[in-house]
Design a binder for this molecule. Structure first.
Ligand SMILES: O=C(O)CCC(=O)C(=O)O
Ligand SMILES: [Fe+2]
Length: 320
């Protein structure tokens, strides 16, 4: 649980870095193990397609994923992600909703911290990702020369969901799967930026972003974290991630929670009850069932038009 000082810090500044939030050996190491299998599968698929000339089998995860993205000139993060893309879902769209990932989502130490902010009735919001960022000097680039899947631009998480969630008490929980710092692309926050309104965001190659003219980013504070630490963010706290200028991958999970019964802002995707002290039988405890929820969602959305996932107009005067 958080102390009253920690809760006050979160309320005053819109963020809180919490050290040793959970046991990384119990939570993170099994995730990495699981992703080694996912990467193996990806390597074999790309090798068979002739997209890569080696499966890079002997390399450890970070070096292997970097080599594969580098050689194939593409980012394949959707293979690892436990969510679906916003566009062009087909029955073959890959995702990974494995048991080690699910265990992280419902880890009791994590949920104790979430409970301090959200209350005892906690829903897992489906806006969630694993973000694998390979070193920028080896990353593929788009046709304009920009690093694919590089630094994350300034935004509020309320800006990535629909208006439906404007009154939702959504909490973001971000944590790295290794130590992060300013060199390898840790997060940055604008302390106290959560008290105003939702700001105008512009759709862009790296996701939606707040136009520079609206930002006072000189107050930015970088938040280096160790494996096992977490960063909590209010839904309106303005934040970004620095570029990965190191020679190793930077990867992280970002999860979101909210009180049960409030809109998630992405109602096409499946939410679930992670903790309910009033009605424990509603808690989802089965990782396989969770994976099936995502599978069913993918198969349904494969047959539908792309829904709209946010409220922003690329033609807005500030976005030109
Ligand atoms: O990890 C990143 O680069 C960005 C994460 C983020 O914006 C979030 O978790 O809300
Ligand atoms: Fe974010």
């Amino acid at each position: 649980m958080l102390s009253s000082d920690e809760i006050k810090h979160f309320e005053d500044y819109g963020y809180l870095a919490k050290s040793n939030a959970f046991d990384p050996q119990e939570v993170i190491d099994p995730i990495i193990k699981e992703y080694e299998g996912v990467l193996d599968n990806l390597a074999n698929i790309l090798f068979k397609q002739g997209t890569i000339t080696s499966t890079y089998e002997s390399l450890e995860f970070g070096e292997r994923v970097t080599s594969i993205y580098e050689e194939s000139k593409q980012i394949h993060n959707q293979f690892f992600d436990f969510s679906l893309p916003q566009k062009g879902i087909t029955k073959d769209t890959p995702f990974w909703a494995g048991p080690a990932v699910f265990n992280a989502l419902v880890n009791p130490d994590l949920l104790d911290i979430v409970q301090s902010i959200v209350g005892t009735e906690i829903a897992s919001n489906p806006v969630q990702h694993v973000r694998v960022k390979i070193p920028e000097n080896r990353a593929p680039r788009d046709s304009e020369g920009n690093v694919m899947y590089g630094a994350t631009p300034w935004h509020q998480d309320l800006g990535v969901v629909t208006e439906e969630a404007d009154q939702t008490d959504m909490l973001t929980v971000w944590f790295p799967l290794m130590d992060t710092d300013e060199e390898n692309g840790c997060l940055q926050v604008l302390p106290g930026s959560h008290t105003g309104e939702v700001m105008t965001h512009c759709p862009g190659a790296q996701g939606v972003q707040i136009p520079g003219v609206l930002l006072a980013s000189d107050t930015a504070r970088a938040i280096p974290l160790k494996k096992g630490d977490i960063l909590l963010l209010n839904k309106k706290t303005i934040h970004s991630a620095l570029p990965n200028m190191s020679s190793r991958i930077r990867w992280s999970f970002d999860l979101r929670y909210q009180p049960v019964g409030q809109p998630t802002g992405r109602n096409n995707f499946p939410e679930f009850v992670a903790r309910s002290r009033s009605n424990p039988s509603t808690e989802l405890r089965d990782a396989t069932e969770w994976a099936h929820m995502w599978e069913a969602t993918r198969n349904r959305l494969a047959n539908e038009e792309d829904p709209s996932y946010n409220r922003w107009d690329p033609e807005h005067i500030l976005c030109a």
